[in-house]
Design a protein around this ligand. Sequence first.
Ligand code: HEC
Ligand code: HEC
Length: 279
Amino acid sequence: MNRRNAIKLAVGASAAGVAGVVTLTTAFKPKKTAAVEPKKIELGESASQWKYAQLNPAASADVAYSNYKIGSCMYGVSSSIISQLAEKIGEPYASFPIHMMKYGHGGIGGAGTVCGTLNGAAAVIGLLIEEKQIRDVLIAELFHWYETTLFPSFKPQEAVYDYAPPKSISKSVLCHASTTRWGKLAGFRIDSNERKERCRRLTADVAAKTVEILNEYFHHGYTTVHQNNETVNECMACHGSKGKLANTTGKMTCTSCHDKTVGHKLFGDVHYKYMDKRK
Ligand code: HEC
Ligand code: HEC
C-alpha cells in the first residue's frame, strides 16, 4: 500500500471511530436536570422589625445613580433602598450603618469578585427576608437576570459624565468579567470616566430591578422568571449534588470560565455512565 492509501484508510477509520463515539455519546447522555418551571413563592410569615414599603423602581434608579459618587456600586444600590425605607418607615432604617456598604466597590475592595451592585442588592434581600429558601430564590432571580441582560439601560435626567455607554451582556456575576467584557466592547480603559459612567448607570438598573422583585414579593408573593439556566442545569446533572460526581456547587454560569474539553465532550457521557458514584 502506498502512503496516500494508508492515509485514506486512517482517515476512514478515524471517521468511523468518530461516528461511533458520537453514537455512543448520544446513547449514554444522562438526563438533564428537569427544566426549572416558573414557580410561585408565597409571602412568608415574618415577625421581623425590618418591614418593607412599596418603592418606585424609577425613583430608586435615580437615587442609586446619584449615590454612586458617595460610595460606588454596592453602596449605590443598598443606600437607595435603605434611605427610601427610612423616609417611609423611619427606624430601624434611619440608623442603619449604611456606610459599611462601601466595601463592595470593584467586586469587594477592588478584588474583582462579585459585582457590587449584586452584593448590595443581596444584602438588602438578606436584611428583609428571613427564610433561607425565599431569600435564595430571589437572589438567584436577580443574579441570573444580571448574567443574561443587555445593560446599562438607565438614562439619567442629568448625566454625571456626559457619555451614553453601549450595552453588553455580562454572562457572569463577577465584576472582573462584567467590566472587562464591557471594556472590550466599548474600547475604554478600566479606569476611564466612560467605564465609571457605565457602572453608575448599571447601579441604577440593578436598584430598579431589585425594587421590582421586592415590590412583587411583598405585594402578593413572587413568580420566578429567571431560574432556568440551561447550561448550569446540564453541567450540574453530572457535577451537582444529585449527579455521580457531586464535586461542585454553584448557580453562576459555568461556561464563562470552563469550556468542555474535547475529551470531556467525546468521552464524558460514556465515562460517566460506567464510573462509580463518588464517595
Ligand atoms: C455526562 C456527564 C457530564 C456532564 C453533563 C458534564 N460533565 Fe464535566 N465531567 C464529567 C466527567 C465524567 C468528568 C471526568 C471526571 C473524573 O473522572 O474525575 C468531567 C470533568 C470535568 C472537569 C475537569 C476536567 C476537564 O475535562 O476539564 C470540568 C472543569 C468539567 N467537567 C466541567 C463541566 C462543565 C462546565 C459542564 C457543563 C458545560 C460539564 N462539565 C458537564 C461528566 C460530565
Ligand atoms: C469564575 C470562574 C468559574 C466559574 C464561573 C465556574 N468555575 Fe468551576 N472551577 C473554577 C476554578 C478556578 C476551578 C479549580 C480548577 C483547578 O484547580 O484545576 C474550578 C473547578 C471545577 C471543577 C473540578 C475540576 C477538576 O479538575 O476536577 C468542576 C467539575 C467545575 N469547576 C465545574 C463547574 C461548574 C459545573 C460550574 C457552573 C455551575 C463552574 N465550574 C463554574 C472556576 C470557575
